[in-house]
Write a protein that binds this ligand. Structure first.
Ligand SMILES: NC(=O)c1ccc[n+]([C@@H]2O[C@H](COP(=O)([O-])OP(=O)(O)OC[C@H]3O[C@@H](n4cnc5c(N)ncnc54)[C@H](O)[C@@H]3O)[C@@H](O)[C@H]2O)c1
Length: 259
């Protein structure tokens, strides 16, 4: 049995917990949940208790939690599966997480896919013009730092509003809960400073749409994802929890996976 500890039991974590407890993934067992704001039957109060029960820890709690626990999990010899990928836009945190010795570091593919072909294309030759446009329900993108005009267009307008156009590193800082896929694309391809991101708030959108474009000597790629929003968090794609379950499926021994 692969023993799984969970940090964060919100929109993503609660679905992962529910599915694992229902036996959705053969040979994978939920053993502990660390979330100070959620009362769970497998709840633990601190990281040491979590680590003593887990062979792999899934982080599904946010940038702060990854900063607080990520390095220590690896240093304890426990594998770490990261869901809050956008936190790695912080160069210092990325370096510390990568350099920590012990358990393995896995980055969950989350709400997008197709990274395998982009990585294959980069082995053929350089990828250029890597870009992602993320369109979300307008209310999910309003932030306190936006100008009043933009906030009222998001709240009351009938047209899509582009609220950000720039490099992925800046997108992850400005939208810590909503730019994880831009981080995933960056880490899999040309890096946070060379992936161009557009974030669009659409009053008509009910789910989340990501369109990835990239070109290079190997070909031209356009990958499109239309994800239903999580019923518990409109900023999160419902499929993300299932990408965690898919990753755990691949971490079982013996592994059975698409490579
Ligand atoms: N990789 C992707 O494609 C992708 C997609 C969607 C969301 N995410 C990210 O996944 C993370 C979880 O998303 P969500 O929608 O479940 O969020 P959520 O807000 O619904 O749940 C987060 C949970 O973590 C808990 N938490 C916060 N700080 C904690 C800490 N220090 N220790 C333990 N628990 C803590 C909260 O109490 C909450 O229950 C976020 O960082 C989000 O940005 C990633």
């Amino acid at each position: 049995m692969l023993r799984v500890g969970l940090i964060g039991c919100g929109a993503i974590g609660s679905v992962v917990a529910r599915e694992l407890e229902a036996g959705a993934v053969d040979q994978v067992e939920l053993t502990a949940v660390l979330d100070p704001f959620v009362d769970h039957p497998l709840g633990v109060q601190d990281r040491d208790s979590l680590l003593s029960r887990s062979a792999v820890v899934v982080e599904a709690a946010g940038h702060g939690a990854l900063r607080e626990h990520g390095v220590a999990v690896r240093e304890a010899g426990t594998d770490l599966l990261v869901v809050s990928i956008g936190a790695l836009a912080d160069e210092d945190l990325e370096a510390r997480l990568r350099q920590a010795e012990g358990g393995r570091l896995f980055l969950c593919t989350g709400a997008i896919g197709g990274l395998d072909i982009l990585r294959a294309a980069m082995l053929f030759g350089p990828l250029e013009n890597v870009a992602i446009t993320s369109t979300k329900p307008a209310a999910a993108l309003s932030r306190p730092w936006m100008e009043d005009e933009v906030l009222s267009a998001l709240a009351d307008g009938s047209e899509p509003v582009t609220v950000f156009d720039g490099p992925a590193r800046e997108a992850c800082g400005r939208f810590p809960e909503s730019a994880n896929v831009t981080a995933t694309l960056s880490l899999a391809t040309v890096g946070f400073d060379r992936v161009r991101v557009k974030m669009v708030g659409d009053p008509a959108a009910t789910g989340v749409r990501h369109v990835v474009r990239a070109s290079g000597e190997a070909g031209t790629y356009e990958l499109s994802f239309e994800n239903a929003a999580s019923p518990d968090n409109p900023r999160t794609s419902a499929v993300t929890a299932y990408s965690v379950l898919r990753a755990l499926t691949d971490l079982r021994r013996p592994p059975v996976s698409f490579l």
